[in-house]
Design a protein around this ligand. Structure first.
Ligand code: 5AD
Ligand code: SF4
Length: 440
C-alpha cells in the first residue's frame, strides 16, 4: 500500500477519535494525507447513522465518486464507521464505487482489508460483532498536539426508543481504569494538557467490570492525579445516572472542568416516557440544580429532539418551558429522524414536517437568546483559556476555550503557542462565542 489518502469524518467525537486512529494506521504504513480527491489514491469515509440526513450525504458523496473512479480505476474507496457497521454488505451493493467496508469494531483490520481489496475484483466487507481492541490502543495521528480524546467505554446498554446507537455499537464495555490512566500518562508525556473522556454513557462506566468498580467518580479522581494533564472533560453522562458522587468528584478535582453536557431530549413527561429516558422533566431539573449547587460556574449544554412521533403542541411547549427553566449555555437541537429498527420508527407520526420545522425554529430562537444572555454574564470577567491556535476566520486573532468549553477570540499577541493556558478578559459576547483581550 502506498500513495495518498483522503479521510472524511461524519458524526460525533467518537468518530473523530476513531478517525485519528484510522489516520494513525495509514500513516504508519507510509501513506500521506491529502485534502483533494483528485490527489487521493484512497478515499475513506468514517460514517454516522444517527439521523437520516447523514446517510443521504454519504450516499450522495459515494455516487459522485463513481465518476472519479471511472476516470481513475486505481482509486480505492473504503467506508467505515456506524453506517458501515449497520448496513455492511448492503452498503457495498448500494454504492458500486465502494471497495472496502469495515465497521466500528475492527478498525485495526483496515490495512489488511485494503491489501485484500487490492487483489480482489469484488468489494471486501468485514464487520465484527465485538471489539477486539479499544481504538485508543492503536497508533494515532492527532489533529491537535495539546488535546486528546480517550475512550473509557464503548457501546450503550440503554434503550432510548429513537436511537440506533445500541443496535450499532452494541453492549456497553468499559475499559480498565489502569489502561485509561496509562494512556493519559503517555499523552501527558507527549505534551497533551487536556483530555476528553469518551463514552456513550460515561456515568455507567465500570458497571460491567469486576466488583462493578471503579465508579466514574473514582475514574475522574485517578485521571486528576495524572501529572501534566491540566484539564479533564468528559462526554456524555445520562441524566438518569448522574450520581452525587460524580458531582462531588467534579467539584473536588481541580483539573476536571466545570462543564456538563446533559442531554435532556424533551420537556414533556409523556414524550420522555415514550423515549424511555428514565426521568421526568422535574427530576432532570432537580439533578441539574444539584450539579449547579455543587459545582461553581458550571457550564451546561444539552441535546434536544423536536418532533418525536406524537409530540403535540402542548408537549413541545413543555420543551420550551424546560429550556426556559434550565437556562442552558448551549444546546444541540435536532428534528426527530426515524431510524429503521428502532422502536420509535414504528410509532404513528401525524405531525407534518413543516410543523416540526416551525417548532425547531422556535426552539433555536429561544435557546439562541438564552445562550447569548448566559454569555453576556461573562463580559467583564477574567477567564482561563486554553489557546487552540489562530482563528479560522481571522488569523490576526487566537481562539481559545474556557474551562466551560466556550470559544473565546482574542487578538494574537505574537507569543502565545497553541496549548498555552492564558487569562482572557471577556469584552464581548455573541450566542456562540465570546471576544476578549489577553490579560496577565
Ligand atoms: N433523530 C434525531 N436526533 C437523534 N439523536 C439520536 N437519535 C436521533 C434521532 N433518531 C440525537 C439525540 C442524541 C444526539 C447524539 O443525537 O439528541 O443525544
Ligand atoms: Fe442512544 Fe440513549 Fe444510548 Fe445515548 S443513552 S447512545 S441516546 S440509546
Amino acid at each position: 500500500m502506498s500513495g495518498r489518502y483522503l479521510l472524511r469524518t461524519f458524526g460525533c467525537q467518537m468518530n473523530e477519535h476513531d478517525s485519528e486512529r484510522i489516520a494513525g494506521l495509514l500513516d504508519a504504513r507510509g501513506l500521506e494525507r491529502t485534502d483533494a480527491v483528485e490527489d487521493a489514491d484512497l478515499v475513506l469515509f468514517n460514517t454516522c447513522c444517527i439521523r437520516e440526513n447523514a446517510d443521504q450525504r454519504l450516499y450522495g458523496q459515494l455516487g459522485r465518486l463513481r465518476a472519479e473512479k471511472a476516470r481513475r480505476p486505481g482509486l480505492t474507496v473504503a467506508v467505515g464507521g456506524c453506517l458501515a457497521q449497520k448496513d455492511g454488505a448492503d452498503l457495498a451493493a448500494r454504492a458500486p464505487a465502494v471497495d472496502v467496508v469495515f465497521g466500528t469494531h475492527n478498525l485495526a483490520r483496515l490495512p489488511d482489508l485494503l491489501d485484500t481489496a487490492a487483489a480482489s475484483d469484488t468489494p471486501v466487507v468485514e464487520i465484527a460483532a465485538e471489539t477486539a481492541t479499544f481504538p485508543s490502543t492503536l497508533p494515532a495521528a492527532r489533529d491537535k498536539a495539546h488535546t486528546a480524546w480517550v475512550t473509557i467505554a464503548i457501546g450503550c446498554d440503554n434503550s432510548c426508543t429513537f436511537c440506533i446507537v445500541p443496535a450499532v455499537r452494541g453492549r456497553e464495555v468499559s475499559r480498565r481504569a489502569a489502561d485509561i490512566v496509562a494512556e493519559c500518562e503517555m499523552l501527558a508525556a507527549d505534551g497533551v494538557v487536556e483530555v476528553t473522556l469518551l463514552g456513550q454513557n460515561v456515568n455507567s462506566y465500570g458497571r460491567d467490570l469486576d466488583g462493578r468498580r471503579p465508579l466514574f467518580a473514582d475514574l475522574l479522581r485517578s485521571v486528576d492525579g495524572v501529572a501534566g494533564i491540566q484539564r479533564i472533560r468528559f462526554t456524555s453522562p445520562h441524566p438518569k445516572d448522574l450520581r452525587p458522587e460524580t458531582v462531588a468528584a467534579m467539584a473536588e478535582c481541580e483539573t476536571v472542568c466545570e462543564q456538563l453536557h446533559l442531554p435532556v431530549q424533551a420537556g414533556s413527561d409523556r414524550v420522555l416516557a415514550a423515549m424511555h429516558r428514565g426521568y421526568t422533566a422535574a427530576r432532570y431539573l432537580e439533578r441539574l440544580e444539584s450539579a449547579r449547587a455543587g459545582i461553581q460556574d458550571l457550564t451546561v449544554s444539552t441535546d434536544i429532539i423536536v418532533g418525536f412521533p406524537g409530540e403535540t403542541e402542548a408537549d413541545f411547549q413543555a420543551t420550551l418551558d424546560l429550556v426556559e427553566a434550565a437556562q442552558f449555555d448551549s444546546a444541540f437541537t435536532f428534528v426527530y429522524s426515524p431510524r429503521p429498527g428502532t422502536v420509535a420508527a414504528e410509532l404513528d407520526d401525524p405531525t407534518p414536517v413543516e410543523e416540526k420545522e416551525d417548532r425547531y425554529r422556535r426552539l433555536t430562537d429561544l435557546q439562541g437568546a438564552i445562550s447569548w444572555s448566559r454569555n453576556l454574564e461573562l463580559v467583564g470577567r477574567d477567564v482561563e483559556i486554553l489557546v487552540e491556535g489562530p482563528s479560522k476566520k481571522d488569523t490576526s486573532r487566537l481562539t481559545g476555550r474556557t474551562r466551560g468549553g466556550k470559544l473565546v477570540h482574542v487578538p494574537d499577541d505574537g507569543n502565545t503557542a497553541p496549548g498555552s493556558l492564558r487569562t482572557a478578559r471577556v469584552t464581548g459576547a455573541a450566542s456562540h462565542y465570546l471576544t476578549g483581550e489577553l490579560a496577565g
